[in-house]
Design a protein around this ligand. Structure first.
Ligand code: CP
Length: 307
C-alpha cells in the first residue's frame, strides 16, 4: 500500500494529519533502532540553504548519506545565479528540481517554500521560511517528546522566549494541539504567540495560558521548550532588553516532575545557563541528534512508495 507521504511536499506542519505525524515518529523510532543504509540508494537530494543553518542542513545531509543517497546543493545562498545574477527563486527551483529527487530548502522569506513547491517537479521540504514555519524541526521535536515521555498525548508544555518570530514554536504548537496538550506561553508581551495561532487554538478548544513567571510554571510541566530571542530580527537596544527576561538556570529546577525534560531547537545564546546541561532534565543535545532520525524517516517516506 502506498504510504500517505509518498511524493508529498512538506511545507507547513498544518499540511500533515495526526496519523501522518504519528507515522513519521514511529518510522524515526524504527530507523533509530535499525539503520537502513540502502533505502535511498540512487536518489539525489538537493540541499539548498538560502539562509544560514548548522543543524537542519547537516542533519538532513547526514540523513541522506546514512540512507545511501547523495546530496547536491549550497549553503547560505552561496555563489548561485539567484544570489549573484538576479535569477528568480522560481527559475532556480525549476532547474534544481530537474537534477534531484527531492528539494530541501531554507529561505529568509515567509512563504518561499510554498512558492518553490509550485515550481518544482519533485517534493519540496521546508527547512525553515522566515518567521513562518519549520516543520521538520517539529518532527524531531515530536520524536524527542515521544522518546522522553512515551506519548504525545495530553502533556503540559511551556513555550518560552521569542514566540512571535520563533517559527519552531509556531509549528510545534500546531502539531501538539492535535494531541490534546495544554500550553503555557511564557514571553515578553511584545514577543507573545501571534494572534492567528491563539485563534486556531481557541477554535480547536485547546487550553492555553500566558505567563511571565517562568519559575512558577515549572512544577506543572512535562516539557519545557526554550527558544532564543532572535538577534537578527531586532535593533541592538531592543534585543538587549528582550533577551535577558527569561533565563533558565539549574537552581530553578528544584521542584520539577521526574519526567520533566528541557528542549531547545538550538542555537542557544544565554537563555539556558550551562549548569543546566549536567542535570537529568536537559535533552537538547539528544534532541539535535534526533534530527537525523526524524529527517531520515521523512525522506524515506517521501521517496519510498511502500515503506
Ligand atoms: N534548530 C535549527 O533550525 O538550527 P539551525 O538554524 O542550525 O538549522
Amino acid at each position: 500500500m502506498t504510504n500517505p507521504l509518498f511524493q508529498k511536499d512538506i511545507i507547513s506542519i498544518a499540511d500533515l494529519s495526526r496519523s501522518e505525524l504519528e507515522l513519521i515518529v514511529t518510522t524515526a523510532q524504527s530507523i533509530k533502532k535499525k539503520p537502513r543504509p540502502t533505502l535511498l540508494s540512487g536518489k539525489v537530494i538537493a540541499s539548498c540553504f538560502f539562509e544560514a543553518s548548522t543543524r537542519t542542513r547537516l542533519s538532513f545531509e547526514t540523513a541522506v548519506y546514512r540512507l545511501g543517497g547523495s546530496v547536491i546543493g549550497f549553503d547560505s545562498g552561496g555563489n548561485t545565479s539567484l544570489a549573484q545574477k538576479g535569477e528568480t527563486l522560481a527559475d532556480s527551483v525549476n532547474v534544481i528540481g530537474s537534477y534531484s529527487d527531492a528539494f530541501v530548502m531554507r529561505h529568509p522569506q515567509d512563504g518561499a517554500a510554498r512558492l518553490a513547491s509550485i515550481h518544482a517537479n519533485v517534493p519540496v521540504i521546508n527547512g525553515g521560511d522566515g518567521a513562518n514555519q519549520h516543520p521538520t524541526q517539529t518532527l524531531l521535536d515530536l520524536f524527542s517528546i515521544y522518546e522522553t515521555q512515551g506519548t504525545l498525548e495530553g502533556l503540559k508544555i511551556a513555550m518560552v522566549g521569542d514566540l512571535k518570530y520563533g517559527r519552531t514554536v509556531h509549528s510545534l504548537t500546531q502539531a501538539l494541539a492535535l494531541f490534546g496538550c495544554e500550553f503555557f506561553f511564557v514571553a515578553p508581551e511584545a514577543l507573545q504567540m501571534p494572534a492567528y495561532l491563539c485563534e486556531e487554538l481557541d477554535s480547536a478548544g485547546v487550553s492555553y495560558q500566558f505567563s511571565n513567571e517562568l519559575e512558577a510554571v515549572l512544577p506543572q510541566l512535562d516539557v519545557l521548550y526554550m527558544t532564543r530571542v532572535q538577534k537578527e530580527r531586532f535593533d541592538p537596544t531592543e534585543y538587549q532588553h528582550m533577551k535577558s527576561q527569561f533565563v533558565l538556570s539549574a537552581t530553578m529546577l528544584h521542584d520539577v516532575k521526574p519526567n520533566f525534560r528541557i528542549l531547545h531547537p538550538l542555537p542557544r545564546v544565554d537563555e539556558i545557563t550551562t549548569d543546566v546541561d549536567a542535570t537529568p532534565y536537559a535533552y537538547y543535545f539528544q534532541q539535535a541528534e534526533n534530527g537525523v532520525y526524524a529527517r531520515q524517516a521523512l525522506l524515506a517516506l517521501v521517496l519510498t512508495e511502500d515503506l
